[in-house]
Write a protein that binds this ligand. Structure first.
Ligand code: LLP
Length: 382
């Protein structure tokens, strides 16, 4: 909910822009910190969800680590105050330079996905005269019951090592002198709202633990990845961190001395961000009214790419309800934020809020059509 004071201030700011509610973000982080401490989790914020510098600074101030998928993310995280010793580096395609930089930076661990990758990391570790900590990312073959583009742990996924290849991977790893196996890593998918998916993951982790024990491979770290979903219908609702952590603690059989790690992204930053836009034109279509706004898929690609639903509000009209297709100015039919939704009667100049846009919004923006990148505005700077 935006108060009238905030909405008045929005009128004077050129649109589109990302508005971040700092208080909400901090409340979310307070809650996350409390629950993670209560349940004994070590957290690495998934920087890919939002790499805005101020957001990173706020999150790092809570003492969390970072989960990064490129050297640029690692670099941005370190510059924003994250401790390199709490940074994990994931991804199927780490480049040579990224590997070298990450080794030099002394990150916590590489989440590895294949034998060739481990061989390359070892080669550079030898050159740097360092021992590099490695966790094996395993494909758990679990359907995350989410959109297929953000399902990452099924047979056709490019991510992770298949369990039937683990023996060969472990043997090779044991022969690479400068790598040290510290744990196993998973990520089943993103925007997971059925907690039972994580329960299935726990069963899988327990089976794998037995297998690793039988091979005398010691695992200090169990990293369950990210994926906890948010409520896109209700942007005011906080993620269920407590339930999520307690389920994982209840169903994973941690061995003495083992640590449990997680990599939340969306659940931390999703609800604090809103894309604020203005209506350019109302255009009559053959069977609908188009509300053409000045934000487009270049600012928030999720609806175009995943048919994602974001709640849309007209902040400046109290008119009668009317149906609209809310569309952007980009020259693509997929540049549509919502079809056939009800808004109070909308006119040129009205302010439109696209909610729950803090995760994978600004971070996925592009300059297609040579559009400008939407700037960020923070609630405490208004
Ligand atoms: N860890 C790994 C290894 C990941 O691949 C991801 C997300 C995360 C953690 C964080 O997941 P989260 O807690 O945010 O669900 N662009 C898509 C989401 C892609 C997620 C990719 N991996 C979207 O807009 O929905």
């Amino acid at each position: 909910m935006f108060d009238t004071n905030t909405i008045e201030k929005f009128r004077d700011i050129p649109t589109p822009f990302y508005y971040y509610d700092v208080k909400l973000l901090k409340n979310t982080l307070d809650n996350l910190k409390e629950e993670s401490v209560r349940h004994g989790f070590r957290l690495h914020y998934a920087v890919k969800a939002n790499h805005n510098e101020r957001i990173l600074r706020i999150i790092s101030s809570y003492g969390f680590g970072a989960d990064c998928v490129s050297w640029n993310e690692i670099d941005a995280a370190i510059k924003a105050g994250f401790n390199p010793a709490e940074i994990v580096f994931a991804g199927v395609g780490k480049s040579d330079l990224e590997i070298i930089n990450a080794i030099k930076a002394g990150i916590f661990c590489f989440n590895c996905e294949s034998i060739p990758e481990m061989e390359v990391i070892n080669e550079f570790a030898v050159k740097e005269k360092k021992t590099v900590r490695v966790a094996l990312r395993i494909n758990p073959l679990i359907d995350a019951h989410t959109h297929k583009y953000i399902t990452t742990g099924i047979a056709e996924s490019k991510f992770g090592i298949n369990t039937w290849d683990l023996e060969a991977v472990l043997n090779r790893l044991n022969s690479l002198d400068n790598l040290k196996l510290i744990g196993i890593h998973f990520h089943v998918g993103s925007q997971i709202t059925r907690l039972s998916v994580f329960k299935t993951l726990c069963t899988h982790i327990n089976e794998l633990q037995e297998w690793f024990s039988s091979k005398n491979a010691e695992l200090k770290v169990i990293n369950v990845g990210g994926g906890l979903g948010i409520d896109y219908d209700d942007p005011e609702k906080s993620p269920v961190f407590g339930e999520y952590f307690s389920l994982l603690r209840e169903f994973i059989d941690l061995k003495p001395g083992q640590e449990i790690h997680a990599e939340p992204g969306r659940s931390i930053v999703g609800q604090c961000g809103t894309l604020i836009s203005k209506v350019l034109y109302i255009k009559k279509g053959s069977n609908t009214n188009f509300a053409v706004i000045d934000a487009g898929m270049t600012d928030l690609i999720r609806p175009a790419l995943y048919q994602a639903h974001h709640k849309i509000e007209n902040l400046t009209s109290n008119g009668e309800p009317v149906r609209y297709d809310v569309v952007g100015p980009v020259c693509e039919s997929s540049d549509t934020f919502a079809k056939f939704i009800v808004l109070p009667e909308t006119k040129r100049g009205d302010i439109i809020a696209i909610r729950s846009a803090g995760a994978y919004g600004e971070a996925m923006a592009s300059r297609y059509n040579l559009r400008n990148l939407a700037p960020a505005v923070f609630s405490d700077e208004l």
